[in-house]
Design a protein around this ligand. Sequence first.
Ligand code: GDP
Ligand code: IMO
Ligand code: MG
Length: 423
Amino acid sequence: MANIVVFGSQWGDEGKGKIVDILAEQASAIVRFQGGNNAGHTLVVDGEQCILHLIPSGVLHPGKLCLIGNGVVLDPAVFCHEIDKLAAKGLDVSPTRMMISKKTHVIMPYHRLMDGARETVKSDAGKIGTTGRGIGPCYEDKMHRCGIRAGDFADPELLRGKIALALEEKNVLFKHHYGLEPLDAEAVFAEVQPFAERLVPYLGDVSTAIQEAQADGMVLFEGAQGTHLDIDHGTYPFVTSSNTVTANAASGSGCSPRDLHRIVAIVKAYTTRVGGGPFPTELQDADGEYLQTKGHEFGATTGRRRRCGWLDLVVLRESTRLNGPTELAITKLDVLSGLKELKLCVAYEYRGQTVAYPPQEQNGMAHVTPVYESMPGWDEDISAARSWDELPANAVSYLRRIEVITGVPIGIVSVGPDRAQTF
Ligand code: GDP
Ligand code: IMO
Ligand code: MG
Protein backbone atom coordinates (compact mmCIF):
# COMPACT_ATOMS: atom_id res chain seq x y z
CA MET A 1 0.00 0.00 0.00
CA ALA A 2 1.29 3.48 -0.85
CA ASN A 3 2.96 5.30 2.02
CA ILE A 4 1.91 8.91 2.60
CA VAL A 5 3.86 12.01 3.63
CA VAL A 6 1.88 14.93 5.03
CA PHE A 7 3.57 18.33 5.10
CA GLY A 8 2.74 21.95 5.84
CA SER A 9 2.90 24.14 2.74
CA GLN A 10 2.87 27.56 4.43
CA TRP A 11 4.22 28.74 7.82
CA GLY A 12 2.80 25.95 9.97
CA ASP A 13 -0.62 25.40 11.59
CA GLU A 14 -2.25 24.46 8.31
CA GLY A 15 -4.21 21.65 9.95
CA LYS A 16 -1.69 18.82 9.53
CA GLY A 17 -2.78 17.11 12.76
CA LYS A 18 -6.41 16.88 11.65
CA ILE A 19 -5.53 15.39 8.26
CA VAL A 20 -2.96 12.97 9.73
CA ASP A 21 -5.59 11.75 12.20
CA ILE A 22 -7.94 11.02 9.29
CA LEU A 23 -5.35 9.30 7.10
CA ALA A 24 -4.06 7.30 10.08
CA GLU A 25 -7.17 5.17 9.91
CA GLN A 26 -5.61 3.34 6.93
CA ALA A 27 -2.02 3.31 8.29
CA SER A 28 -0.14 0.67 10.21
CA ALA A 29 2.39 3.20 11.56
CA ILE A 30 2.61 6.98 11.90
CA VAL A 31 6.05 8.61 12.09
CA ARG A 32 7.23 12.06 13.19
CA PHE A 33 10.50 12.85 11.39
CA GLN A 34 11.53 16.41 12.35
CA GLY A 35 10.81 19.24 14.76
CA GLY A 36 9.86 18.74 18.37
CA ASN A 37 7.36 20.17 20.79
CA ASN A 38 7.43 23.49 18.98
CA ALA A 39 4.64 21.79 17.03
CA GLY A 40 1.04 21.86 18.18
CA HIS A 41 -1.24 19.56 16.21
CA THR A 42 -4.94 19.74 17.00
CA LEU A 43 -7.32 16.81 16.59
CA VAL A 44 -11.05 17.07 17.18
CA VAL A 45 -13.11 13.90 17.37
CA ASP A 46 -16.84 14.11 18.18
CA GLY A 47 -16.31 17.60 19.54
CA GLU A 48 -13.47 16.58 21.87
CA GLN A 49 -10.18 18.41 21.27
CA CYS A 50 -6.74 16.89 21.73
CA ILE A 51 -3.52 18.87 21.11
CA LEU A 52 -0.36 16.86 20.44
CA HIS A 53 3.14 18.31 20.48
CA LEU A 54 5.38 15.29 20.16
CA ILE A 55 3.36 12.10 19.86
CA PRO A 56 2.30 11.30 16.27
CA SER A 57 -1.27 12.33 15.44
CA GLY A 58 -2.28 8.71 14.81
CA VAL A 59 -2.36 7.94 18.51
CA LEU A 60 -6.16 8.21 18.81
CA HIS A 61 -6.55 5.13 16.59
CA PRO A 62 -6.01 2.05 18.76
CA GLY A 63 -3.33 -0.37 17.67
CA LYS A 64 -1.49 1.96 15.29
CA LEU A 65 2.24 2.12 15.85
CA CYS A 66 3.49 5.63 16.76
CA LEU A 67 7.15 6.24 15.91
CA ILE A 68 9.47 9.13 16.74
CA GLY A 69 12.26 9.28 14.19
CA ASN A 70 15.90 10.29 14.45
CA GLY A 71 15.19 13.70 12.90
CA VAL A 72 12.99 14.79 15.82
CA VAL A 73 14.30 16.65 18.87
CA LEU A 74 12.60 15.21 21.91
CA ASP A 75 12.05 16.86 25.27
CA PRO A 76 11.83 13.90 27.66
CA ALA A 77 9.69 15.74 30.21
CA VAL A 78 7.21 16.73 27.50
CA PHE A 79 7.09 13.17 26.16
CA CYS A 80 6.30 11.79 29.63
CA HIS A 81 3.70 14.49 30.28
CA GLU A 82 2.04 13.83 26.93
CA ILE A 83 1.84 10.07 27.36
CA ASP A 84 0.46 10.55 30.88
CA LYS A 85 -2.30 12.78 29.54
CA LEU A 86 -3.16 10.31 26.80
CA ALA A 87 -3.13 7.41 29.25
CA ALA A 88 -5.56 9.34 31.46
CA LYS A 89 -7.94 9.38 28.47
CA GLY A 90 -7.71 5.60 28.38
CA LEU A 91 -5.35 5.34 25.39
CA ASP A 92 -2.66 2.71 25.11
CA VAL A 93 0.70 4.50 25.22
CA SER A 94 2.81 1.50 26.13
CA PRO A 95 6.07 0.61 24.36
CA THR A 96 4.15 -2.06 22.45
CA ARG A 97 2.80 0.67 20.18
CA MET A 98 5.16 3.57 20.72
CA MET A 99 8.85 3.82 19.86
CA ILE A 100 11.59 6.46 20.01
CA SER A 101 14.66 6.08 17.80
CA LYS A 102 17.87 5.63 19.76
CA LYS A 103 19.31 8.26 17.43
CA THR A 104 16.75 10.96 18.32
CA HIS A 105 18.40 14.00 19.89
CA VAL A 106 17.20 15.09 23.28
CA ILE A 107 16.28 18.61 24.39
CA MET A 108 18.01 19.34 27.69
CA PRO A 109 17.18 22.08 30.23
CA TYR A 110 20.20 24.07 29.00
CA HIS A 111 18.76 24.14 25.48
CA ARG A 112 15.59 25.78 26.73
CA LEU A 113 17.62 28.27 28.77
CA MET A 114 19.78 29.12 25.74
CA ASP A 115 16.73 29.54 23.48
CA GLY A 116 15.24 32.10 25.88
CA ALA A 117 18.56 33.86 26.49
CA ARG A 118 19.24 34.29 22.77
CA GLU A 119 15.80 35.76 22.10
CA THR A 120 16.01 38.12 25.07
CA VAL A 121 19.15 39.87 23.88
CA LYS A 122 17.86 40.41 20.34
CA SER A 123 16.25 43.67 19.24
CA ASP A 124 12.49 43.51 18.67
CA ALA A 125 12.99 43.46 14.90
CA GLY A 126 15.59 40.71 15.18
CA LYS A 127 13.59 38.39 17.44
CA ILE A 128 12.61 35.18 15.67
CA GLY A 129 9.77 34.71 18.12
CA THR A 130 10.72 31.10 18.78
CA THR A 131 8.46 28.88 20.81
CA GLY A 132 11.12 28.89 23.55
CA ARG A 133 11.19 25.10 23.64
CA GLY A 134 14.96 24.76 23.08
CA ILE A 135 14.58 23.52 19.50
CA GLY A 136 17.36 25.55 17.85
CA PRO A 137 20.00 24.97 20.55
CA CYS A 138 19.30 21.21 20.51
CA TYR A 139 19.77 20.99 16.73
CA GLU A 140 22.94 23.11 17.11
CA ASP A 141 24.40 20.53 19.48
CA LYS A 142 23.46 17.75 17.08
CA MET A 143 25.40 19.45 14.28
CA HIS A 144 28.20 20.41 16.65
CA ARG A 145 28.39 16.68 17.50
CA CYS A 146 28.04 17.12 21.25
CA GLY A 147 24.32 16.29 21.44
CA ILE A 148 22.69 13.81 23.75
CA ARG A 149 20.71 11.11 21.98
CA ALA A 150 17.80 9.15 23.39
CA GLY A 151 19.92 5.98 23.23
CA ASP A 152 22.31 7.56 25.78
CA PHE A 153 19.51 7.29 28.35
CA ALA A 154 20.21 3.57 28.65
CA ASP A 155 23.68 4.39 30.00
CA PRO A 156 23.43 6.80 32.98
CA GLU A 157 27.21 7.20 33.33
CA LEU A 158 27.57 8.14 29.65
CA LEU A 159 24.68 10.59 30.07
CA ARG A 160 26.26 12.14 33.18
CA GLY A 161 29.57 12.62 31.38
CA LYS A 162 27.99 14.13 28.26
CA ILE A 163 26.00 16.63 30.32
CA ALA A 164 29.16 17.72 32.16
CA LEU A 165 31.03 18.13 28.88
CA ALA A 166 28.22 20.10 27.21
CA LEU A 167 27.98 22.45 30.16
CA GLU A 168 31.69 23.32 30.21
CA GLU A 169 31.26 25.50 27.16
CA LYS A 170 27.64 26.59 27.69
CA ASN A 171 28.27 27.79 31.23
CA VAL A 172 30.87 30.24 29.94
CA LEU A 173 28.20 31.72 27.69
CA PHE A 174 25.47 31.67 30.35
CA LYS A 175 27.70 33.38 32.90
CA HIS A 176 29.77 35.81 30.87
CA HIS A 177 27.66 36.55 27.83
CA TYR A 178 24.09 36.34 29.08
CA GLY A 179 24.67 37.19 32.75
CA LEU A 180 22.88 34.05 33.91
CA GLU A 181 23.69 31.61 36.69
CA PRO A 182 25.75 28.71 35.35
CA LEU A 183 24.06 25.29 35.55
CA ASP A 184 25.29 22.53 37.78
CA ALA A 185 25.88 19.32 35.78
CA GLU A 186 24.80 17.03 38.63
CA ALA A 187 21.60 19.00 39.14
CA VAL A 188 20.80 18.76 35.41
CA PHE A 189 21.49 15.02 35.49
CA ALA A 190 19.21 14.63 38.53
CA GLU A 191 16.45 16.61 36.80
CA VAL A 192 16.58 14.54 33.62
CA GLN A 193 17.29 11.08 35.04
CA PRO A 194 13.72 10.19 36.14
CA PHE A 195 12.40 10.96 32.64
CA ALA A 196 15.35 9.16 31.06
CA GLU A 197 14.51 6.03 33.02
CA ARG A 198 10.91 6.16 31.84
CA LEU A 199 12.03 6.55 28.23
CA VAL A 200 14.34 3.54 28.08
CA PRO A 201 11.60 0.97 27.37
CA TYR A 202 10.51 3.06 24.38
CA LEU A 203 13.92 3.06 22.70
CA GLY A 204 14.13 1.10 19.50
CA ASP A 205 15.18 0.81 15.90
CA VAL A 206 12.71 2.98 14.00
CA SER A 207 14.18 2.11 10.58
CA THR A 208 13.40 -1.56 11.10
CA ALA A 209 9.98 -0.75 12.54
CA ILE A 210 9.15 1.24 9.38
CA GLN A 211 10.33 -1.60 7.16
CA GLU A 212 8.17 -4.07 9.07
CA ALA A 213 5.15 -1.76 9.13
CA GLN A 214 5.40 -1.34 5.34
CA ALA A 215 5.20 -5.07 4.92
CA ASP A 216 1.87 -4.99 6.87
CA GLY A 217 0.36 -1.91 5.26
CA MET A 218 0.88 1.83 4.93
CA VAL A 219 3.30 4.11 6.76
CA LEU A 220 2.21 7.71 7.31
CA PHE A 221 4.89 10.37 7.76
CA GLU A 222 3.74 13.41 9.74
CA GLY A 223 5.52 16.68 9.02
CA ALA A 224 5.66 19.48 11.54
CA GLN A 225 5.95 23.24 10.96
CA GLY A 226 5.74 24.36 7.33
CA THR A 227 7.85 24.67 4.19
CA HIS A 228 8.51 28.39 4.67
CA LEU A 229 9.88 27.67 8.15
CA ASP A 230 12.42 25.23 6.65
CA ILE A 231 15.99 25.97 7.79
CA ASP A 232 17.24 26.08 4.17
CA HIS A 233 14.24 27.01 2.06
CA GLY A 234 12.22 29.16 4.46
CA THR A 235 12.32 32.87 5.23
CA TYR A 236 15.74 32.62 6.87
CA PRO A 237 16.59 33.61 9.56
CA PHE A 238 12.91 33.66 10.60
CA VAL A 239 12.62 29.89 10.40
CA THR A 240 12.80 26.84 12.61
CA SER A 241 15.97 24.75 12.88
CA SER A 242 15.02 21.66 10.89
CA ASN A 243 14.30 20.73 7.29
CA THR A 244 10.54 20.65 7.07
CA VAL A 245 10.42 19.62 3.40
CA THR A 246 9.26 16.14 2.43
CA ALA A 247 12.72 14.89 1.45
CA ASN A 248 13.52 14.89 5.15
CA ALA A 249 10.76 12.36 5.81
CA ALA A 250 13.25 9.75 4.60
CA SER A 251 16.43 10.93 6.33
CA GLY A 252 14.57 11.99 9.47
CA SER A 253 13.06 8.56 9.98
CA GLY A 254 15.56 6.14 8.47
CA CYS A 255 13.99 4.95 5.25
CA SER A 256 14.64 5.44 1.56
CA PRO A 257 13.12 8.24 -0.58
CA ARG A 258 11.66 5.39 -2.63
CA ASP A 259 9.45 4.60 0.38
CA LEU A 260 7.65 7.94 0.02
CA HIS A 261 4.78 7.49 -2.42
CA ARG A 262 1.81 9.81 -1.92
CA ILE A 263 2.65 13.34 -0.85
CA VAL A 264 -0.13 15.44 0.64
CA ALA A 265 0.34 19.22 0.94
CA ILE A 266 -1.74 20.74 3.70
CA VAL A 267 -2.93 24.16 2.56
CA LYS A 268 -4.92 26.51 4.77
CA ALA A 269 -7.43 28.36 2.57
CA TYR A 270 -5.76 31.62 3.67
CA THR A 271 -2.35 32.25 5.27
CA THR A 272 -1.22 32.53 8.88
CA ARG A 273 2.11 32.94 10.59
CA VAL A 274 3.15 32.99 14.29
CA GLY A 275 6.29 34.77 15.45
CA GLY A 276 8.51 37.17 13.51
CA GLY A 277 9.47 37.33 9.84
CA PRO A 278 8.16 38.60 6.51
CA PHE A 279 4.58 37.85 5.47
CA PRO A 280 3.72 39.52 2.14
CA THR A 281 -0.06 38.98 2.18
CA GLU A 282 -0.54 39.86 5.85
CA LEU A 283 -3.72 41.85 6.51
CA GLN A 284 -3.80 44.57 9.16
CA ASP A 285 -7.43 45.44 8.45
CA ALA A 286 -10.96 44.22 9.15
CA ASP A 287 -10.52 41.21 6.81
CA GLY A 288 -7.42 40.11 8.78
CA GLU A 289 -9.38 40.52 12.00
CA TYR A 290 -12.23 38.46 10.52
CA LEU A 291 -9.89 35.56 9.62
CA GLN A 292 -8.17 35.70 13.02
CA THR A 293 -11.43 35.70 14.97
CA LYS A 294 -13.47 33.33 12.83
CA GLY A 295 -10.54 30.95 12.37
CA HIS A 296 -9.67 31.04 16.12
CA GLU A 297 -6.12 31.75 15.04
CA PHE A 298 -4.20 31.33 18.27
CA GLY A 299 -1.05 29.20 18.49
CA ALA A 300 -1.69 25.64 19.73
CA THR A 301 1.71 25.63 21.49
CA THR A 302 2.25 29.15 22.82
CA GLY A 303 -1.25 30.63 22.64
CA ARG A 304 0.08 33.59 20.63
CA ARG A 305 -2.23 35.36 18.19
CA ARG A 306 -1.51 34.19 14.67
CA ARG A 307 -0.97 36.84 12.01
CA CYS A 308 -3.46 36.37 9.15
CA GLY A 309 -3.57 37.21 5.44
CA TRP A 310 -4.78 36.21 1.99
CA LEU A 311 -3.77 32.94 0.38
CA ASP A 312 -0.31 33.31 -1.14
CA LEU A 313 0.11 31.17 -4.26
CA VAL A 314 3.74 32.22 -4.69
CA VAL A 315 4.36 30.51 -1.37
CA LEU A 316 2.43 27.47 -2.60
CA ARG A 317 4.23 27.33 -5.93
CA GLU A 318 7.53 27.21 -4.05
CA SER A 319 6.15 24.52 -1.73
CA THR A 320 5.08 22.52 -4.74
CA ARG A 321 8.48 22.51 -6.37
CA LEU A 322 10.25 21.75 -3.09
CA ASN A 323 7.96 18.97 -1.87
CA GLY A 324 6.42 17.34 -4.95
CA PRO A 325 2.83 16.98 -3.69
CA THR A 326 0.63 14.47 -5.46
CA GLU A 327 -2.44 16.18 -3.99
CA LEU A 328 -3.54 19.14 -1.89
CA ALA A 329 -5.65 19.05 1.27
CA ILE A 330 -7.40 22.41 1.66
CA THR A 331 -8.33 23.23 5.25
CA LYS A 332 -10.41 25.92 6.92
CA LEU A 333 -12.39 26.73 3.78
CA ASP A 334 -15.38 27.35 6.09
CA VAL A 335 -13.58 30.32 7.63
CA LEU A 336 -13.82 32.25 4.34
CA SER A 337 -17.66 32.19 4.34
CA GLY A 338 -19.03 35.70 4.73
CA LEU A 339 -16.22 37.61 2.99
CA LYS A 340 -17.51 39.60 -0.01
CA GLU A 341 -14.25 39.47 -1.95
CA LEU A 342 -11.36 37.03 -1.74
CA LYS A 343 -7.87 37.83 -2.90
CA LEU A 344 -5.30 35.39 -4.20
CA CYS A 345 -1.67 36.45 -4.45
CA VAL A 346 -0.47 35.07 -7.79
CA ALA A 347 2.94 36.80 -8.13
CA TYR A 348 5.20 39.33 -6.43
CA GLU A 349 6.67 42.60 -7.64
CA TYR A 350 10.30 42.51 -6.59
CA ARG A 351 13.04 44.94 -7.60
CA GLY A 352 11.05 46.15 -10.60
CA GLN A 353 10.16 42.69 -11.87
CA THR A 354 7.17 40.37 -11.59
CA VAL A 355 8.30 37.08 -10.06
CA ALA A 356 6.51 33.75 -9.65
CA TYR A 357 8.72 32.38 -6.84
CA PRO A 358 9.99 33.93 -3.59
CA PRO A 359 13.29 35.84 -3.86
CA GLN A 360 16.25 33.96 -2.39
CA GLU A 361 18.12 36.88 -0.83
CA GLN A 362 17.99 37.05 2.96
CA ASN A 363 14.74 38.74 3.94
CA GLY A 364 13.85 39.29 0.26
CA MET A 365 10.23 38.41 1.12
CA ALA A 366 10.11 41.55 3.26
CA HIS A 367 10.57 43.64 0.11
CA VAL A 368 7.99 42.16 -2.26
CA THR A 369 4.60 43.59 -3.19
CA PRO A 370 1.88 40.99 -3.78
CA VAL A 371 0.07 40.93 -7.11
CA TYR A 372 -3.53 39.95 -6.42
CA GLU A 373 -6.36 38.38 -8.35
CA SER A 374 -9.78 39.02 -6.93
CA MET A 375 -12.57 36.45 -6.68
CA PRO A 376 -16.11 36.77 -5.37
CA GLY A 377 -16.76 35.27 -1.95
CA TRP A 378 -19.83 33.40 -0.65
CA ASP A 379 -22.15 33.83 2.30
CA GLU A 380 -23.33 30.29 2.95
CA ASP A 381 -22.15 28.37 5.99
CA ILE A 382 -20.34 25.38 4.45
CA SER A 383 -19.35 23.55 7.63
CA ALA A 384 -21.94 20.83 6.97
CA ALA A 385 -20.87 20.25 3.33
CA ARG A 386 -19.64 16.71 2.69
CA SER A 387 -19.07 16.83 -1.06
CA TRP A 388 -18.04 19.23 -3.81
CA ASP A 389 -21.69 19.35 -4.90
CA GLU A 390 -22.68 20.91 -1.59
CA LEU A 391 -20.30 23.86 -1.96
CA PRO A 392 -21.44 27.23 -3.36
CA ALA A 393 -20.24 27.86 -6.92
CA ASN A 394 -17.86 30.61 -5.78
CA ALA A 395 -16.18 28.27 -3.30
CA VAL A 396 -15.69 25.70 -6.07
CA SER A 397 -14.20 28.41 -8.33
CA TYR A 398 -11.80 29.43 -5.56
CA LEU A 399 -10.61 25.83 -5.14
CA ARG A 400 -10.32 25.26 -8.89
CA ARG A 401 -8.16 28.39 -9.22
CA ILE A 402 -5.78 27.00 -6.59
CA GLU A 403 -5.51 23.74 -8.55
CA VAL A 404 -4.79 25.59 -11.79
CA ILE A 405 -2.10 27.82 -10.36
CA THR A 406 -0.31 25.10 -8.37
CA GLY A 407 -0.87 22.41 -10.99
CA VAL A 408 -1.80 19.96 -8.23
CA PRO A 409 -5.25 18.37 -7.76
CA ILE A 410 -7.17 18.78 -4.53
CA GLY A 411 -7.74 15.42 -2.83
CA ILE A 412 -9.18 16.52 0.52
CA VAL A 413 -11.32 19.48 1.60
CA SER A 414 -11.82 20.36 5.26
CA VAL A 415 -14.72 22.56 6.36
CA GLY A 416 -14.42 22.44 10.14
CA PRO A 417 -12.11 21.23 12.92
CA ASP A 418 -13.90 17.92 13.52
CA ARG A 419 -12.73 14.67 11.95
CA ALA A 420 -16.17 14.38 10.38
CA GLN A 421 -16.04 17.80 8.68
CA THR A 422 -14.01 16.54 5.75
CA PHE A 423 -14.51 15.17 2.27
P1 GDP B 1 -1.21 21.94 12.61
O1 GDP B 1 -0.11 22.46 13.46
O2 GDP B 1 -0.90 22.05 11.16
O3 GDP B 1 -1.64 20.56 13.00
O4 GDP B 1 -2.46 22.89 12.84
P2 GDP B 1 -2.97 23.45 14.28
O5 GDP B 1 -3.64 22.36 15.01
O6 GDP B 1 -1.88 24.18 14.98
O7 GDP B 1 -3.98 24.57 13.81
C1 GDP B 1 -5.08 24.28 13.01
C2 GDP B 1 -6.34 24.73 13.75
O8 GDP B 1 -7.43 24.76 12.87
C3 GDP B 1 -6.74 23.79 14.86
O9 GDP B 1 -7.38 24.51 15.87
C4 GDP B 1 -7.75 22.86 14.16
O10 GDP B 1 -8.68 22.27 15.05
C5 GDP B 1 -8.43 23.82 13.25
N1 GDP B 1 -8.92 23.27 11.98
C6 GDP B 1 -8.37 22.30 11.20
N2 GDP B 1 -9.08 22.15 10.07
C7 GDP B 1 -10.09 23.05 10.13
C8 GDP B 1 -11.16 23.42 9.24
O11 GDP B 1 -11.31 22.90 8.14
N3 GDP B 1 -12.00 24.42 9.65
C9 GDP B 1 -11.86 25.04 10.86
N4 GDP B 1 -12.73 25.99 11.17
N5 GDP B 1 -10.88 24.71 11.72
C10 GDP B 1 -10.00 23.75 11.34
P1 IMO C 1 3.17 23.19 13.75
O1 IMO C 1 3.77 21.83 13.56
C1 IMO C 1 3.71 27.52 13.48
C2 IMO C 1 7.71 29.07 14.42
C3 IMO C 1 7.84 29.91 15.66
C4 IMO C 1 8.96 30.84 15.24
C5 IMO C 1 9.86 29.93 14.41
C6 IMO C 1 11.05 29.36 15.17
O2 IMO C 1 2.15 23.29 14.82
O3 IMO C 1 2.72 23.74 12.43
P2 IMO C 1 11.30 27.45 17.00
O4 IMO C 1 10.72 27.33 18.38
O5 IMO C 1 10.93 26.34 16.09
O6 IMO C 1 12.78 27.71 17.02
O7 IMO C 1 10.63 28.79 16.40
O8 IMO C 1 9.05 28.88 13.96
N1 IMO C 1 7.11 27.73 14.62
C7 IMO C 1 5.86 27.41 14.27
N2 IMO C 1 4.87 28.17 13.75
N3 IMO C 1 3.52 26.19 13.70
C8 IMO C 1 4.51 25.43 14.18
O9 IMO C 1 4.41 24.08 14.27
C9 IMO C 1 5.74 26.03 14.53
N4 IMO C 1 6.89 25.58 15.07
C10 IMO C 1 7.72 26.62 15.09
O10 IMO C 1 6.66 30.61 15.95
O11 IMO C 1 8.46 31.83 14.39
MG1 MG D 1 0.20 23.86 14.97
